[in-house]
Design a protein around this ligand. Structure first.
Ligand SMILES: [Zn+2]
Ligand SMILES: [Zn+2]
Length: 459
């Protein structure tokens, strides 16, 4: 059970109570290092934040609850919980939970509102169905006209157009670029104003006059006035001034269109895990591999592996890889490990740039294109944080010279998480321990998608 498993957004909203139950639906493995769980906790906060920015209050709520459960209920069961080396991080995590309790209270009515709107829509649908029956209209015909809250396949019509990113990758790329620019501008604005995001959100929450159903749109951290006005154009303009009448923004707002356009679409998951859980689409810049191989070349020439971390963000329910980060690392001909210092620097970078770790990429300078048992262990660590996380292998001397993989779930992920072997090459009993993630799979190559390369190596 992956830590950031989500319910399918295209299915109907859940009540706050059901979301809380769902938030406890993950497996805590006390055998994994405590450091990893503390990071998982931080990642949940990043993910909650991104979901909220993406207009998904339901998932933001779920992740914040899961964070609280992990920190307050599960982590205290870890054998290293009393180890003084972790006290600073544990105290910080507990402090974050206390801060989030207030946030959860504020999100709850919005979560509940989304759920109630859904119930009302279902009710309207039922009433309409009955009316149609009474009028002896052809029901099937009526259903096809699309006045449904919930269609026959159980998906929920929340007013957003569901799209397959694979079929609309140009649109997806365009949306991603605009949304990433908007978020960068928001982050800069927040920083320049010298106010922590939480403070801005708390202050604005009290004073925003929004439409009754603003939960899907309201972005706590968007610069006020312009984007809000655009998003709520069907309603009275929002009042988003500070109580003292001054604007929070010191810099020009990003294009207002960005807000409305990203919220019009939702990218449908088109693949599932072996257990049938939907996997959100991962959009990968096709040029990333070339950049990575160029960076790796000096190592490859010396028969040493190189690894990079794929980071990105969530936009309209799809994951866009926007950063290739090369962490400080130690390589051999068959292995490549991030150093402890590299791990910390990588994590700090993701934290400050609000990036999700979407997987990793590494070279096999002499070996063919496959996931070694050690690679499987590395990948399991990413997949437990994010079920959609992928592993890209580049084997320049072989054909095929690259591949994108994920562990099967089940049985691959579970088998590897329970495996205690440490050797670089060791057998795993399961025959189908990993699978392709591209053609077929949940990864789409999105031509033109921009990405940044960040080299954090010390040497
Ligand atoms: Zn490998
Ligand atoms: Zn193993």
């Amino acid at each position: 059970m992956a830590l950031s498993r989500h319910h399918n957004r295209t299915r109907h909203p859940l009540s706050a109570k059901d979301l809380i139950t769902e938030s406890e639906n993950y497996n805590f493995h006390p055998s994994l290092p405590l450091q990893r769980w503390l990071r998982a906790a931080k990642l949940l906060l990043i993910e909650a934040n991104i979901c909220e920015q993406d207009g998904d209050v339901q998932m933001a709520f779920l992740y914040l609850y899961r964070h609280a459960d992990l920190v307050m209920v599960q982590i205290p069961k870890h054998p290293d919980f009393r180890n003084p080396a972790f006290q600073t991080d544990i105290v910080a995590a507990q402090r974050a939970v206390r801060k989030n309790i207030q946030k959860l209270e504020l999100l709850k009515p919005r979560v509940q509102q989304a759920y109630e709107r859904y119930l009302q829509a279902v009710e309207r649908r039922n009433a309409e169905t009955q009316r149609v029956h009474a009028e002896r209209h052809d029901l099937a015909d009526h259903l096809r006209r699309g006045s449904l809250a919930e269609s026959e396949d159980g998906t929920y019509d929340d007013g957003m157009m569901p799209l397959k990113a694979s079929e609309y990758s140009e649109l997806a790329v365009d949306l991603a670029h605009r949304e990433i620019r908007r978020r960068d501008a928001t982050r800069r604005t927040t920083r320049e104003a010298g106010i922590s995001p939480g403070t801005v959100a708390a202050r604005r929450r009290g004073i925003v006059v929004g439409p009754p159903d603003s939960d899907g749109m309201l972005d706590e951290r968007a610069p006020p006035a312009r984007p809000a006005k655009e998003a709520y154009q069907d309603f009275a303009p929002s009042v988003t001034a500070r109580p003292d009448g001054r604007s929070l923004t010191a810099t020009p707002s990003p294009p207002p269109a960005a807000r409305t356009s990203t919220n019009k679409y939702t990218f449908q998951p088109t693949a599932t895990t072996e257990a049938g859980h939907p996997l959100r689409t991962v959009l990968l810049p096709p040029d990333l591999r070339r950049s990575f191989l160029n960076l790796a070349h000096p190592n490859t020439a010396r028969n040493l592996e190189t690894c990079g971390i794929l980071c990105g963000t969530l936009i309209s329910n799809a994951l866009f890889i926007s950063h290739l980060i090369i962490p400080d690392q130690h390589s051999t001909s068959d292995t490549c490990d991030t150093t402890e210092r590299g791990d910390n620097a990588l994590f700090d970078y993701c934290d400050s740039h609000e990036l999700l770790v979407c997987g990793w990429i590494h070279t096999h300078p002499s070996q063919s294109c496959f996931l070694s048992s050690r690679d499987l262990h590395t990948s399991s660590g990413y997949q437990i944080m994010l079920p959609e996380a992928i592993a890209i292998v580049c084997s320049p001397r072989h054909n095929p010279d690259w591949g994108i993989f994920r562990l099967t779930d089940p049985p691959g992920l579970q088998a590897v998480l329970h495996c205690r072997e440490k050797a670089t090459f060791h057998p795993h009993a399961e025959p189908n321990i990993y699978t392709d993630a591209l053609r077929p799979g949940h990864v789409v190559e999105a031509a033109g998608l921009k990405f940044e390369v960040v080299d954090l190596r010390k040497t």
